[in-house]
Design a protein around this ligand. Structure first.
Ligand SMILES: Cc1cc2nc3c(=O)[nH]c(=O)nc-3n(C[C@H](O)[C@H](O)[C@H](O)COP(=O)(O)OP(=O)(O)OC[C@H]3O[C@@H](n4cnc5c(N)ncnc54)[C@H](O)[C@@H]3O)c2cc1C
Length: 395
């Protein structure tokens, strides 16, 4: 079967799916090809994570008509508290310092995916092909054609690669990447806890790695709930993955007593943590977005938000080109995308990498200095507002 679309997105995950909706919202026709079916992508076993959707991303979702089907599942983050275990200093961010909006929201990934599929699968401008794998691509001066293993041929002006961290199309295009390993894993799960979270997101730095509690909505039965990302050195993480959920919950309570006793109510997922960034974001009629382009440590809950900023920027550029009647794959437009996104992705990468390396150690010299640093940021309002804006994704 032969399809013609303005763009063809490879990968319909959190970033590819949102990009498809954003482009279709402005009148572009889109084909999405994913190796997984929507049913599989909604399976909790595959991805039971929660995501910190920052304020800028929530506003982007509103603008493309997606937020209304997510907002009922979104718990506002009104406060962020950061401290170092065993040290007296902390930073307390309060959303009221910057206005009435929360700093962001905690949403279970499955609800974001559900909203994407509900909007995309019946959208007149979106052709969703799944399961479908790319067999080959032909790219020339005037167009690109993507050949899928389900027999479809997609003729398009631009291929958008959103295949995630192991992207085969990125490798095929010969785009190099820098990779950094942290020798850490992130254990991810959700807990019930005895005390309310008051919409506070907590980040606690322990020498073994950061521990984050992300405020979720109460369960239908009224139980208090939070998402947890517990970063540990690989060997320790592997040890805890073998332990019972009760043992993990007890250890967490020892490390973090503020929410009272806890009970894990999901699986315990384990993700190797790394950072990765591509040398270039574009090729001939080819552009990379999301984790395929950049991965940062989850310490600041920024990863997918950077991907949604890729989506936003690309949508703005492509829509303008379409309105002007220009070729959507023209190099000037792609270079414009690359200029903006490279700077943003590198700065988030540097910030998260610096945080992890500064805090994930047992240094007796560094500990009081960095803890005092938190105390200083807390006392200097412009500095504090700077960090808040970064977390919220606003300038
Ligand atoms: C422990 C942990 C916690 C995190 N917490 C946060 C957080 O709080 N906030 C935040 O902003 N980010 C967070 N992140 C990062 C976030 O999960 C990722 O940035 C996000 O999933 C990236 O989305 P993506 O669509 O680019 O890639 P993916 O989610 O990997 O999606 C890729 C899609 O492409 C498909 N695909 C793969 N290969 C092919 C192929 N060859 N052809 C076609 N389709 C293909 C896949 O099926 C999938 O649907 C966290 C990450 C980790 C590991």
């Amino acid at each position: 079967m032969h399809h013609k679309s303005d763009v063809c997105i490879l990968g319909g995950g959190l970033v590819g799916g949102v990009t498809a909706l954003a482009l279709a919202h402005t009148g572009l026709s889109v084909t999405v090809a994913d190796i997984e079916t929507p049913e599989n992508l909604l399976d909790q076993k595959l991805d039971g994570r929660t995501t910190a959707v920052n304020l800028a991303s929530a506003q982007f979702f509103s603008a493309i008509g997606l937020w209304h089907s997510i907002q009922n599942y979104a718990a506002p983050i009104n406060f962020i508290k950061v401290y170092e275990g065993g040290q007296p200093w902390s930073i307390n961010f309060d959303h009221r310092d910057l206005g009435a909006d929360p700093m962001g929201y905690i949403v279970e990934n499955r609800y974001i995916r559900q909203a994407i599929f509900a909007a995309a699968l019946n959208h007149p401008l979106i052709n969703w092909q799944a399961p479908a794998k790319t067999l080959t691509k032909k790219i020339n001066q005037t167009q690109a054609t993507v050949y899928l293993d389900n027999g479809c041929e997609i003729e398009t002006s631009l291929i958008i690669c959103a295949e995630g961290r192991h992207s085969p199309s990125r490798e095929e295009a010969g785009i190099n990447k820098k990779q950094f390993s942290y020798d850490q894993k992130g254990l991810v799960f959700s807990v019930y806890h005895d005390r309310p979270h008051h919409n506070i997101a907590w980040e606690v730095f322990h020498p073994s790695g950061p521990l984050a509690f992300l405020p979720m909505l109460e369960s239908p039965e009224g139980a208090y709930r939070s998402g947890v990302v517990w970063t540990l050195p690989v060997a320790e993480a592997d040890k805890w993955t073998q332990a019972s959920k009760e043992a993990i919950a007890e250890q967490l309570y020892r490390l973090f007593p503020h929410l009272g006793a806890m009970e894990i109510f999901t699986d315990v997922w384990s993700y190797p943590l790394m950072a990765q960034i591509v040398d270039r974001f574009i090729d001939n009629r080819f552009v990379i977005i999301g984790d395929a382009a950049h991965i940062c440590h989850p310490v600041a809950g920024q990863g997918v938000n950077v991907g949604w900023r890729d989506a936003h920027e690309l949508t703005t550029i492509l829509t303008r080109n379409k309105q002007l009647g220009l070729d959507l794959g023209n190099m000037t437009a792609l270079k414009q995308y690359q200029r903006g996104r490279r700077l943003d992705a590198y700065s988030i990468f540097a910030m998260t990498d610096g945080m992890v390396r500064l805090y994930s150690n047992n240094s007796k010299i560094l500990s009081p200095i960095r803890s005092m640093g938190l105390g200083i940021v807390n006392k200097v309002p412009p500095l504090k507002r700077f960090f808040m804006k970064r977390a919220m994704g606003i300038n």
